[in-house]
Design a protein around this ligand. Structure first.
Ligand SMILES: Nc1ncnc2c1ncn2[C@@H]1O[C@H](COP(=O)(O)OP(=O)(O)OP(=O)(O)O)[C@@H](O)[C@H]1O
Ligand SMILES: [Mg+2]
Length: 164
């Protein structure tokens, strides 16, 4: 793995602080951005995605194929793919359910359990490692690995500074 070019940790004391992070991420997000979410079961990956989607004013669309339940599409200010890679066997299985299209850059991609498809992620993505440090406390350790993700993380940092 290449060394991150920018890192930033967000310490959330409660779900409201997680939602605050989601809102800030949403305001900096663009189509083509890839956010790789990692962390144990119940860490808060989906909670963060919901906060981002809500901030973008989204409505969950109906999925029309059972194999696509691992990939959700949302329409909003920035269109999103929300992927849950937990049940994927490997990267090939992700590709077989349309993963290449997901990563094509038409939408922003929020990927839970992204480490399971690490080899498919673009080099430039924002990694978010979530750790539960208490019942409602979560640490979001974020690292940017390229130009665009560093720009995204920099903007996020500016939005959140002085508000934590
Ligand atoms: N500060 C917090 N941020 C996020 N979630 C929190 C926080 N405090 C408590 N929670 C709770 O932790 C749980 C997080 O669940 P969530 O489904 O987001 O986890 P997940 O990482 O997506 O897990 P999975 O790997 O099973 O998909 C929720 O029950 C939520 O209410
Ligand atoms: Mg989840």
């Amino acid at each position: 793995m290449t060394a991150p070019i920018l890192t930033f940790d967000w310490h959330a004391a409660d779900e409201a602080a997680t939602a605050q992070l989601g809102t800030a991420l949403a305001s900096a997000l663009r189509a083509g951005d890839v956010i790789a979410l990692n962390g144990e079961l119940g860490a808060g990956k989906t909670r963060l995605v919901r906060a981002i989607a809500a901030a973008l004013g989204m409505v969950d669309e109906e999925v029309n194929s059972p194999t696509f339940v691992l990939i959700h599409e949302y329409e909003g200010r920035v269109p999103l793919y929300h992927v849950d890679a937990y049940r994927l066997r490997d990267s090939d299985e992700f590709l077989s359910i349309g993963g290449d299209e997901v990563l094509a850059g038409d939408r922003a991609c929020l990927i839970e359990w992204a480490d399971r498809i690490a080899d498919l992620l673009p080099r430039d993505h924002l990694r978010v490692e979530i750790t539960a440090t208490g019942e409602t406390q979560r640490t979001f350790a974020m690292s940017a690995s390229g130009k665009r993700s560093a720009e995204l993380l920099g903007e996020l940092q500016r939005t959140l500074s002085g508000r934590s």
